[in-house]
Design a binder for this molecule. Structure first.
Ligand code: NAD
Ligand code: UDP
Length: 312
């Protein structure tokens, strides 16, 4: 099949491309390199089954493809809040353009949505039928509401135009290739500990998150895309940790002497988050296989190679 991956030069997109290329597909990677980098897809650049297009999805594009994995959108709060209007445009106009493309060429369309559609949840763990608690005028809303509209658009193109959709709600995912300055918690703590800088815990660190290793997530993507289910479907690792527990874990793994310091909690920071993955288990037979310690080891190795490589 010819498969388009938007945001393919980013963290998740590049791991997905590795899997799709290994399966023998023809892959078109589309990216504007806002948070993505050519380094992530370097190994495929000379491959005749791989094509890279520098393009911003807020502009329409005409391509002939069989499937579209739509991932283009900055995922880290510091990056999506840097230019919030652009984030909304990417989620709304960009997703509309990609759905329009799917409609025209009758491609199956996969939306990378997010657990952020649940906002600061007052139901725990979160099931797909929970409608969420999002502040529509807060600093996270360009992303949260953007993704909620992206889901709405997907379901409306499905109902109105018969577009074959798949919608996945991704919970915090980590792994090799996250940017060192990505700003998300796992990459921050690892880069800080390796550089002998204090680990910055926001708030008192009692807020929780559930961390999924990237290979597990990508397996879930491919299974959902090739199933008969449209979703929405939570994908994530139900293992739930406080942010302070995560800081201490990474401190112990890298640098037990590293300091942990506390900084103000960002506005609207969700207090707790854990996926209910009953749907993914029963519909796809999917569940995560990589425990946090093992996933962190693999991620730390990648960061160590990059950070120490840069110092040479
Ligand atoms: P990332 O920032 O590494 O990747 C996003 C990619 O999209 C980058 O390569 C970036 O350059 C590209 N991009 C951004 N705006 C674009 C535009 N207007 N046109 C073309 N390309 C554009 O983030 P990621 O972690 O790989 O996330 C990928 C997707 O998964 C995003 O849609 C994100 O919302 C979603 N998601 C990720 C997580 C997670 O924990 N990693 C959780 C929930 C949802
Ligand atoms: N966080 C933190 N220190 C950091 C970066 C993030 O304590 O250096 C916290 C953040 O406030 C949030 C959690 O870690 O409570 C997860 O943040 P991240 O940005 O990774 O993802 P999201 O908030 O989107 O789940």
């Amino acid at each position: 099949m010819r498969i388009l991956v938007t945001g393919g030069a980013g963290f998740l997109g590049s791991h997905l491309i590795d899997r799709l290329m290994a399966q023998g597909h023809e892959v078109v990677c589309l990216d504007n390199f806002y948070t993505g980098t050519k380094r992530n897809i370097l190994k495929w650049l000379d491959n005749p089954y791989f094509e890279l297009i520098r393009h911003d999805i807020t502009e329409p594009i005409r391509l002939e493809v069989d499937q579209i994995y739509h991932l283009a959108c900055p995922a880290s709060p510091i990056h999506y809040q840097y230019n919030p209007v652009k984030t909304i445009k990417t989620n709304v106009i960009g997703t509309m353009n990609m759905l329009g493309l799917a409609k025209r060429v009758k491609a199956r369309f996969f939306l990378a949505s997010t657990s952020e559609v649940y906002g600061d949840p007052d139901v725990h763990p979160q099931t797909e039928d929970y409608r969420g608690n999002v502040n529509c005028i807060g600093i996270r809303s360009c992303y949260d509401e953007g993704k909620r509209v992206a889901e709405t658009l997907s379901f409306d193109y499905h109902r109105q135009n018969g577009v074959d959709i798949r919608v996945v709600r991704i919970f915090n995912t980590y792994g090799p290739r996250m940017l060192e300055n990505d700003g998300r918690v796992v990459s921050n703590f690892i880069a800080q500990a390796l550089r002998n800088q204090p680990l910055t815990v926001y708030g008192d660190g009692s807020q929780t998150r559930s961390f999924c290793y990237v290979s597990d997530l990508v397996e879930g993507f491919i299974r959902l895309m090739n199933s008969d289910q449209i979703g929405p479907m939570n994908l994530g690792n139900p293992g739930e940790y406080t942010i302070l527990e995560l800081a201490e874990k990474i401190q112990n793994m890298i640098n037990p002497g590293a300091e942990i310091i506390f900084k103000p909690l960002p506005e609207d920071d969700p207090k707790q988050r854990q996926p209910d993955i009953t749907r993914a288990k029963s519909w796809l037979g999917w569940e995560p296989t990589v425990p946090l310690d093992q996933g962190l080891e693999l991620t730390i190795k990648d960061f160590r190679d990059r950070i120490e490589g840069n110092q040479k």
